[in-house]
Design a protein around this ligand. Structure first.
Ligand code: C2O
Length: 342
């Protein structure tokens, strides 16, 4: 049977996956009794997700304002910034029992839940921000790290007086350091080399090393599956490398380099908006080949999120397959890695 949405009353303190020790923070969400089965609302206005490095001053001001308002919500409002950060912690750090197998926990990473779960996470985060500034067209910016022009921490996140700033980052990776998609602890000093290597990494993850659907999405994970059956190419590679690259240079890597704290980093959401965009690009590249699992264990898997009205909703993987139906689109930019066959 598919993974079922967790029971929020069965949430316990999780595990710090970097140390294996019990977590010293409680990231369980507020509990409510009313849960609605979510239906994608009809799309009247499309949300536009710009490349972070191309965003206008007006856009940045709007985004900063929205995050500021999110941080100012009451601490127990599920739409509050810290509550939203904890959503990531709760679904990753082994806090929820699997419904139907209470011996096992839920962990949405390193499996076929990676793309759909994060898509829903961003979807509601974006709608909450849009509602706070009363802008139904607001879309999250993507960190365009697969394009040489985006291979540096986007400026809007580095401004110390902005709501998008976070102090807990590796200080030697602030601009102008080139983002290293193969980073696992040491970075080459040669920027030209890093950039050309990044393009090869992208080509490998998006084209060369993805024969089967599992290669891209990650391994099957149902009720009864042990957490961590195995990640897809992008999750394992560039995605994780950048988490580690952004976080503090310590063994626990806060904020971005540790599951429980990653959602406290405003840059996280732009990082994942790019992962989300790469999913859409990959589906388009598949042409007539299968783009999605037809397995009902995938399509019927469900999760719970609080929506922009603080209503708890149950969502399904089947509704994530088309971002246009979900009401958002990405700014079109070049994908030079397509020509970087090694
Ligand atoms: Cu939920 Cu990039 O991790």
């Amino acid at each position: 049977t598919p993974l079922e949405a967790p029971d929020f009353t069965k949430c316990s303190k999780g595990t710090n996956l970097n140390t294996g020790q019990p977590l010293d923070v409680d990231c369980c969400p507020p509990v409510t009794t009313e849960i609605i089965d979510y239906k994608l609302p009809p799309v009247t206005k499309m949300r536009f997700r710009p490349a972070a490095h191309l965003a206008t001053k007006e856009y940045v001001a709007k985004y900063e304002k929205a995050v500021e308002l999110m941080k100012a919500l009451p601490a127990d409002d599920p739409r509050n910034f810290m509550q939203q950060a904890n959503v990531h912690c709760a679904y990753c750090n082994l806090t929820y029992d699997q419904v139907g197998d209470s011996d096992l926990k839920i962990q949405v990473h390193n499996s076929w839940h990676f793309y759909p779960w994060h898509r829903w996470y961003l979807y509601f985060y974006e709608r909450i921000l849009g509602k706070l500034i009363d802008d139904p067209t607001f879309g999250l910016p993507f960190w365009n790290w697969d394009n040489p022009k985006g291979m540096v921490m986007p400026a809007m996140f580095v401004n110390t007086s902005s709501s998008l700033f976070n102090a807990r980052r590796n200080q030697i990776h602030l601009p102008p350091a080139a983002t290293d998609l193969a980073y696992f602890g040491t970075q080459s000093v040669d920027t030209t080399q890093i950039i050309s290597n990044n393009l090869t990494v992208m080509y490998n993850e998006m084209v060369r090393n993805v024969q089967t659907l599992e290669d891209f999405y990650g391994a099957k994970y149902n009720t009864g599956t042990q957490p961590d059956p195995g990640p897809g190419t992008v999750e394992r590679g560039s995605h994780t490398a950048l988490h580690v690259w952004v976080g503090e240079a310590t063994s626990t890597g806060e904020d971005m380099g540790n599951f429980y704290s990653a959602g406290r980093e405003p840059l996280f959401f732009s990082h994942h908006t790019n992962v989300d965009r790469l999913w859409t690009i990959w589906r388009d590249l598949r042409g007539s080949k299968a783009k999605d699992f037809v397995d009902s264990d995938w399509l019927n898997a469900s999760y719970l999120f609080y929506d922009e009205n603080a209503q708890l909703v149950r969502v399904k993987v089947a509704d994530t397959l088309d971002n246009i139906k979900m009401g958002y689109e990405f700014q079109k930019v070049d994908t030079p890695w397509l020509k970087s066959r090694p």
